[in-house]
Design a protein around this ligand. Structure first.
Ligand SMILES: Nc1ncnc2c1ncn2[C@@H]1O[C@H](COP(=O)(O)OP(=O)(O)OP(=O)(O)O)[C@@H](O)[C@H]1O
Ligand SMILES: [Mg+2]
Length: 346
């Protein structure tokens, strides 16, 4: 197999130099700047970053629910930023997104049968109501609900069950790629774990490729094969999860990880408290956007925009000081103590 062929089977989605500027009355919001990454076919990729870092905007740009200002989104070899309305409709059957709170997107007066059936009708799936009901029942079972639920209304379900209904509706069109936008952040941890396990099962069973958007790095660690860390509209670090978690390189990733109280992360990163707020995307800092909160900042950080640099394999980070500060950081004894207490409590 040639290099190009190998690439076409491995990479389902390629993002190149993606930029999104929102023009608002208070100025131009730089929501995404020069974002590039690949999503490998059949992988579960996590996208993390603080509120306002551009995660939802990125997820929406991938499906062109938000129009990118510049850059390419290449899905299975096709640049979707160039598709006309018809091409886009066909593409949307292959790419689906589920949102933070699926309840808000359900019509409360519709039964689950109609909610899932609507998606089937929109894409011409199922010839009769009977056939669509059968398909919908199968989908509900696939997401851990049952056919009995078809005649119920959204308010009759728990938050976790509503997530599952949203998932069933997204799966109705048999997509190849799914963006799950923080679909579990509002739920408690055990429910989150169940949904995440379900996504993993679906990935394995259906060969789905999933981009999972989350605030919480501890959740993503156990779930995702690959991950990308976004800060103020730029990728700070990305790569296979073991690499990003095992040997985090960017000061921002290290700070995020050190906030998770486990023995492991405390050992890897020491404790770093991120101070200050994320700067306004109306006037992002010059050079490295993280420099205003970085414990390792030097003058040059204000002068050059750091490029993503390969560390090992696909692991990359965008920082001009990588390697210069790793050894200065030591685990903080009380963090280890806290982690031990937690473990004993389990
Ligand atoms: N339609 C819009 N018009 C103007 N600005 C927008 C619009 N949508 C998003 N933004 C801005 O773009 C930036 C990125 O927003 P986005 O919603 O993508 O962040 P996020 O990472 O998803 O945050 P959260 O974790 O809170 O969901 C923010 O500064 C936001 O205010
Ligand atoms: Mg968001």
């Amino acid at each position: 197999m040639s290099g190009a062929q190998m690439e076409s089977t491995e990479v389902l989605l390629r993002v190149e130099g993606l930029r999104k500027v929102f023009h608002t009355s208070s100025g131009d919001v730089q929501a995404l700047s020069d974002v590039s990454f690949d999503v490998r076919r059949g992988s579960l990729m996590g996208l993390v970053g603080e509120s306002g870092s551009g995660k939802t905007t990125l997820g929406r740009c991938l499906l062109r629910l938000v129009e990118p200002t510049a850059g390419k989104v290449i899905f299975d070899g096709m640049d979707i930023t160039r598709l006309d309305a018809r091409g886009l409709k066909a593409m949307r059957k292959r790419m689906q997104i589920i949102f933070q709170d699926p309840f808000s997107s359900f019509n409360p007066r519709m039964r689950i049968r109609q909610i899932v059936g609507e998606a089937l009708i929109a894409h011409g799936i199922g010839r009769s109501r009977r056939e669509r009901d059968d398909i919908a029942a199968g989908l509900l079972e696939e997401v851990g609900l049952s056919a009995d639920h078809l005649s119920r209304y959204p308010h009759e379900f728990s938050g976790g069950q509503r997530q599952r209904i949203g998932l069933a509706r997204a799966l109705a069109v048999e997509p190849e790629f799914l963006v799950a936008d923080e679909s579990v952040s509002a739920l408690d941890v055990s429910v989150q774990a169940q949904i995440l396990n379900l996504l993993q099962d679906l990935r394995d069973r259906r060969g789905l490729t999933i981009l999972f958007i989350a605030h919480d790095l501890s959740v993503v660690e156990y779930l995702c094969d690959e991950m990308a860390v976004l800060y103020l509209g730029r990728v700070a670090e990305m790569g296979p999860s073991e690499a990003v978690y095992g040997t985090p390189a960017h000061p921002y990733t290290r700070a995020l990880l050190s906030a998770i109280p486990t023995i492991d992360t405390a050992r890897r990163c020491g404790r770093q408290i991120l101070t200050g707020d994320i700067p306004s995307p109306l006037s992002p800092p010059s050079g490295c956007v993280f420099r205003t909160r970085c414990p390792h900042v030097i003058e040059r950080c204000g002068e050059v925009v750091p490029k993503l640099t390969a560390l090992s394999g696909r692991h990359q980070a965008a920082c001009i000081r990588i390697g210069a500060f790793k050894d200065q950081e030591r685990p903080v004894p009380e963090m280890l103590h806290l982690a031990r207490l937690r473990e004993e409590g389990d």
